[in-house]
Design a protein around this ligand. Structure first.
Ligand code: GLU
Length: 469
C-alpha cells in the first residue's frame, strides 16, 4: 500500500463526445480524490491523430463542466508531452529496457503465420531482443526500427484490482510491446505509463476494456523504477436489453442528457449509483457521495442502464431544485416551442405549479406551454364543452370573480359556491372553464391555473368565449 497523497485521474481519448461510461469513470475518479482530500487530474489522450478532434476535446470539457467534475490539474495534453516521452525512451534505451527491432510488418506477420501453422499462439519471437551471448541479425539498411519494451521473460505480474480482486498474468503471455513507432512517436501504453508516473497517479480507475493493458503498463513502470498505482477496472454499462450500451439504446452522450432536460446533479446521482452502492441509498447529495465514496463498494458486475430509474431520479431533483434556476432552464425550452415567456405569467410560479408532474425539463416546458403558447381558441372544443346548460354557471362565476381577491384560496370557494347554486359537479364547470381560458380540457388544478393566468386574462377569455358561442 502506498502512503503517497491520493492522486486520481480521468484520461479520456478525444475521439467523440463524453459518453455515459466515461462520465461514470470520471465521477468515480473525482469522488476518490475528493473523498481523500487528494488531487484529481484531467489528461487528454490525444495521440491518435486520426481519431482525435478539437471538437471532441471541447465536448469532453463541456461534459465535465456540466457535471461539475472540476479537475485540480490539467488538462494535460499528451501531444504536448512528446519531448518527455522521447526523453524517457532514450533513457530506457540506454538502460537496455527497450531495444530496437528492425522487423518489417510483413516479417512480423510471416512470423505469426508460421506460429499459427504450428498451432502456437502468435507472438513476437524476440528476434531482435538482446540476450547475453546472442548474436543479433545484421541491421538492415535504410530501415527505421520500432522500439520494443524488454518484458521480463519469467515470473508473473500480480495486482490487487480494487474492483475485480487479484489478477495474475504470466510474463511469458506477454509480447515485447512496441513502445515507439519507426518515426519515433511513442505508442499509447507507453504514454499512459510515463504520464501516470510523472503525474504521481496513485489510483487508476478505468473501464475494464483496459484490463489487458495493465500488466504491460506495470512492467514498464517497474522497469522505470516507478511506484505502481493501484488499479480498479470498472465493468461496462449495459443497455436495458443486456447488450453493451450504445447509440441503439438512445442517448449516450452526456450533453444529450442536458438537451433532453436532465439536471446534472440527477445524472451524477444516477451514474454514481450505477456501479457503486451505499446500502440501499438511491438518492444522495454530491456531498454525501463524496463522503461515502469508497472503492470497496464499486460493483464487480456490469450495471444495466435503466431509463425509467433515471427519470425517477431526475423527477426527484426537479421537485427539489431552486425554482428560479428551473425557470431559467425551462425558459429557452419554452421559446423553442414557440412560447413567449417575456410579459407572460410569472415563470417561477408556473414552474412551481407544474413541476410535480414533470420528469424532465422538456416535459416541464411542454406543460408550461399551457401558459406561454399564444392562445388558440378551439371552436369545436368550445361547442362540445361550453353547453347551454353550463353557460349560466360560467357567467355567474365571471361576475363574482370580478370582485374577489385573485388568489386560489378565494377562487376555489367561489367555484364551489357556483357549483352548489347551479347543482353542478366540479368537472362540469372546471372543464368548460379550462377550454375557455386555456383552450384545452386538461390542466393542473383549475383554481391554481386561473390564479396564474390573472384575472384580466381569465375574464377576457371567458367573455370572448361566451360571446362566440
Ligand atoms: N484514454 C483511454 C480511454 O479513453 C483511457 C486510458 C486510461 O484510463 O488509462 O479509454
Amino acid at each position: 500500500m502506498s502512503t503517497r497523497p491520493i492522486r486520481s485521474r480521468f484520461a479520456p481519448s478525444p475521439t467523440g463526445y463524453l459518453h455515459l461510461g466515461g462520465a461514470r469513470t470520471a465521477l468515480y475518479a473525482w469522488a476518490l480524490a475528493r473523498h481523500a482530500g487528494g488531487t484529481f487530474v484531467l489528461r487528454i489522450e490525444d495521440t491518435d491523430l486520426e481519431r482525435s478532434t478539437p471538437e471532441a476535446v471541447q465536448a469532453i470539457l463541456d461534459g465535465m463542466k456540466w457535471l461539475d467534475l472540476e479537475h485540480d490539474e490539467g488538462p494535460h495534453y499528451q501531444m504536448q508531452r512528446m519531448d518527455r516521452y522521447r526523453e524517457v525512451l532514450a533513457q530506457m534505451r540506454a538502460a537496455g529496457s527497450v531495444y530496437p527491432c528492425y522487423c518489417s510488418p510483413q516479417e512480423v506477420e510471416a512470423m505469426r503465420e508460421a506460429q499459427r501453422a504450428r498451432g502456437e499462439k502468435p507472438r513476437y519471437d524476440g528476434r531482435w531482443r538482446p540476450e547475453p551471448g546472442k548474436t543479433l541479425p545484421p541491421v538492415p539498411e535504410g530501415v527505421q526500427p520500432v522500439l520494443r519494451f524488454r518484458n521480463p521473460a519469467d515470473g508473473e505480474v500480480t495486482w490487487n484490482d480494487f474492483v475485480k480482486g487479484e489478477i495474475t498474468i504470466a510474463n511469458r503471455e506477454m509480447d515485447d510491446l512496441i513502445v515507439a513507432r519507426p518515426d519515433g512517436t511513442p505508442t499509447y501504453n507507453f504514454c499512459v505509463v510515463v504520464d501516470d508516473w510523472d503525474m504521481g497517479i496513485t489510483h487508476v480507475i478505468r473501464g475494464d476494456d483496459h484490463v489487458n493493458n495493465t500488466p504491460r503498463q506495470i512492467n514498464i513502470l517497474k522497469a522505470l523504477g516507478a511506484e505502481v498505482p493501484e488499479y480498479g477496472h470498472v465493468p461496462m454499462i449495459l443497455g436495458p436489453d443486456g447488450e453493451k450500451l450504445s447509440k441503439r439504446h438512445g442517448a449516450v452522450s452526456v450533453m444529450q442528457y442536458d438537451d433532453d432536460g436532465y439536471l446534472p446533479e440527477a445524472l451524477c446521482n444516477y451514474l454514481a449509483r450505477l456501479g457503486w452502492s451505499h446500502g440501499d441509498d438511491e438518492i444522495f447529495s454530491r456531498e454525501q457521495f463524496v463522503e461515502w465514496f469508497d472503492v470497496a463498494h464499486l460493483s464487480r458486475s456490469a450495471a444495466q442502464w435503466d431509463p425509467k430509474k433515471l427519470n425517477w431520479v431526475n423527477h426527484h431533483y426537479i421537485k427539489q431544485a431552486d425554482v428560479a434556476r428551473l425557470a431559467a432552464l425551462v425558459a429557452p425550452r419554452i421559446e423553442r416551442r414557440g412560447g413567449i415567456v417575456a410579459g407572460g405569467v410569472d415563470l417561477p410560479t408556473a414552474v412551481l405549479l407544474l413541476r410535480d408532474r414533470a420528469e424532465t425539463l422538456e416535459q416541464l416546458a411542454d406543460a408550461a406551454m399551457l401558459f406561454y403558447a399564444p392562445f388558440k381558441d378551439d371552436a369545436a372544443l368550445r361547442e362540445q364543452h361550453v353547453t347551454a346548460a353550463v353557460r349560466p354557471a360560467i357567467a355567474a362565476f365571471a361576475t363574482a370573480a370580478a370582485d374577489i381577491e385573485w388568489k386560489r384560496e378565494a377562487i376555489a370557494p367561489l367555484l364551489k359556491q357556483v357549483l352548489a347554486a347551479h347543482s353542478l359537479k366540479m368537472p362540469q364547470l372546471a372543464i368548460p372553464l379550462r377550454v375557455l381560458v386555456a383552450g384545452q380540457t386538461h390542466t393542473p388544478s383549475v383554481d391554481a391555473v386561473l390564479e396564474l393566468f390573472g384575472r384580466e386574462t381569465v375574464l377576457a377569455r371567458i367573455a370572448a368565449g361566451l360571446d362566440a358561442v
